[in-house]
Design a protein around this ligand. Structure first.
Ligand code: GDP
Length: 314
């Protein structure tokens, strides 16, 4: 059981942004980990779309893999009646604001003998009017700059709007660029929840990548705007993937008191969740955060956070 909790590290207050520096410094300047290379996994998207639900499972995986050192049955017994530990997703009320949350427990692992620290972020907000679009772009841009994997959590399917929002915040990528020609962002993973067309594209990474490759293709006959957005995205990210998630089952939706008991979640969902968690969080799959091709340590990430935020605030 993780002893962590979600901490809001960046708050949006009207037009302004605030970094919760004291708490963040306390966590990130811990001598045991401050020189470790850092892996930052962020899940970003609108609220009430299952981000914290997913993050709760990621925490469960990280506990099993990096604390108990055995992830063979990390999801647990499928008849299990224990509630899901982790990001609390029932108090949606409090979290329905734009901002970035961090799980206070930082997991430690090793990649080929190199010590690493793994951080989880939850980035949320909705692009529903002019002010919120500006705020959200900034918050999403910031979390994309800070993460090695940005998981863009979408419900149902990808819409052109979602791609346009991405385009807006990729403009912040230039903050991380020098003239070395490196791409400003690392991995972008579109995570499509409640995918309902497994007969067109099967669940998981293979179906998702087939779908996204087609979606991001450009052609001569395409409208100039659609084309340039697509080209820009490919220039900004080192890697773009897509994962198609099945619906978790009606019990997850219909039961107001649902607390993540495995027996209430569909097998299809749990099987794909297992693949997703292993694909992102297994030791041989972790991606270390880099800025301009250089690995970033825990304490350096904290410095970057301050610099980026100050620059963005102008
Ligand atoms: P967040 O605000 O994005 O963090 O969303 P939550 O994780 O709090 O989830 C919002 C609601 O959606 C909860 O009632 C969850 O039980 C439910 N939920 C979680 N995952 C999924 C999913 O994949 N599909 C659907 N339809 N609902 C989900």
């Amino acid at each position: 059981m993780s002893e962590g909790r979600p901490i809001q590290i960046i708050k949006s207050a009207g037009d302004d942004f605030e970094l919760n520096e004291d708490v963040l410094e306390k966590i990130l300047s811990n001598d045991d980990i401050s020189d470790h290379s850092i892996v930052v996994i962020s899940v970003a998207g609108a609220f009430r779309k299952g981000k914290s639900f997913l993050l709760g499972f990621f925490i469960r995986f990280l506990e099993a893999m990096y604390v108990k050192k055995d992830a063979s049955n990390w999801i647990g017994n499928r008849n299990d009646e224990a509630p899901l530990e982790g990001f609390s997703w029932t108090n949606g009320q409090e979290r329905e604001t734009t901002g970035i949350w961090m799980w206070s427990e930082i997991f430690q692992g090793e990649i080929k003998g190199e010590k690493i620290a793994i951080v989880l972020l939850d980035t949320q907000g909705v692009f529903d009017n002019k002010t919120s679009t500006k705020n959200c772009s900034l918050i999403f841009g910031l979390s994309t700059l800070l993460s090695s994997v940005q998981i863009y959590n979408l419900s149902g399917h990808i819409q052109e709007d979602d791609i346009q929002h991405l385009e807006l915040f990729t403009s912040y990528g230039k903050l991380a660029l020098d003239d070395t020609g490196n791409k400003p962002f690392q991995q972008l993973l579109f995570l499509i929840r409640d995918w309902s067309y497994p007969y067109n594209h099967e669940y998981g990474l293979v179906g998702g990548n087939r779908m996204i490759t087609k979606y991001l293709q450009t052609s001569e006959h395409q409208n100039e705007e659609l084309k340039s957005i697509r080209e820009h995205l490919q220039e900004c990210f080192t890697k773009i993937d897509c994962f198609l998630m099945p619906h978790p089952g009606l019990k997850v939706l219909n039961n107001k008191n649902f607390d993540g008991q495995l027996k209430d979640i569909s097998d299809d969902f749990l099987n794909n969740l297992d693949s997703l968690a292993r694909m992102i969080l297994s030791p041989d799959r972790l991606i270390i955060k880099e800025v301009n091709g250089e690995k970033v340590s825990v304490k350096e990430l904290f410095q970057f956070m301050r610099i980026y935020l100050e620059t963005l605030k102008g």
